[in-house]
Design a protein around this ligand. Sequence first.
Ligand SMILES: [Zn+2]
Length: 258
Amino acid sequence: MPNETSFGELTRETLSELSADAIAVVPLGATEQHGRQLPTATDTMIATHLAERSVRLVADEVKVVLCPTVPYGFSEHHVPFGGTISLDNDTYIRVLTSIGRSLSRSGFKRLIFLNGHGGNVAPGSAAADRLVTELGLDLAVGLLSYWECIDERTRAAFTMPAPGHAGGFEAALISALAADLVLPLPQDQGSSARDDAARPLNVSDEMKGTTRFPNMWQASDGVTDIPAHPDPVLGAELLENVSIAIAEYVKQFDAATR
Ligand SMILES: [Zn+2]
């Protein structure tokens, strides 16, 4: 039997029946270098897992259809490290716009992009504006990055950046999802990798947030911190809490867009 919340398992007839009321959820991933220890699909795996889980949590109350994950994102800043497949900014905006427009033409009136990668935020927001404001589609669009769902108490408890990039936070999540994909820090590379990652940009966080610098990422080892001892228990806890918060967001979006 097909899963009634899985776009890919359903027929066009079932989907056109569902489309008028259901919220289409599209997870946004990335395929990019995640340092020496984490797999390139890290963001894709996290976004997909959280989307599946939160859809299951709300399925009794809200009609949702989970669409396939977009495995590529805007990752140009990671290309110089290797192990990265990126869509350039303009292409990515167009990809998300095409997905939204196709869903709209298939009858959907509500769409949530559930994002797992920082580089997707700005183009995702541009795509949402294009769909709703410029194209004037009869489509409500939500763009939620999963780390917006980490509560302040949890965030304060972290000694590492959350979510950061390819550091202890993401390592905790991946060690809970697929522990065998998290490599130990190679002994011989340990100290140099640590030194590289610790090489900070000589700018404040505010400047980093508001300004683009050439070779900004190359100033580090392509990670925000070294995930020396990923904690799967913490990772599982985080995945659970964030799934619940995303489910809450979906319910609020449902109430706001009925
Ligand atoms: Zn990541």
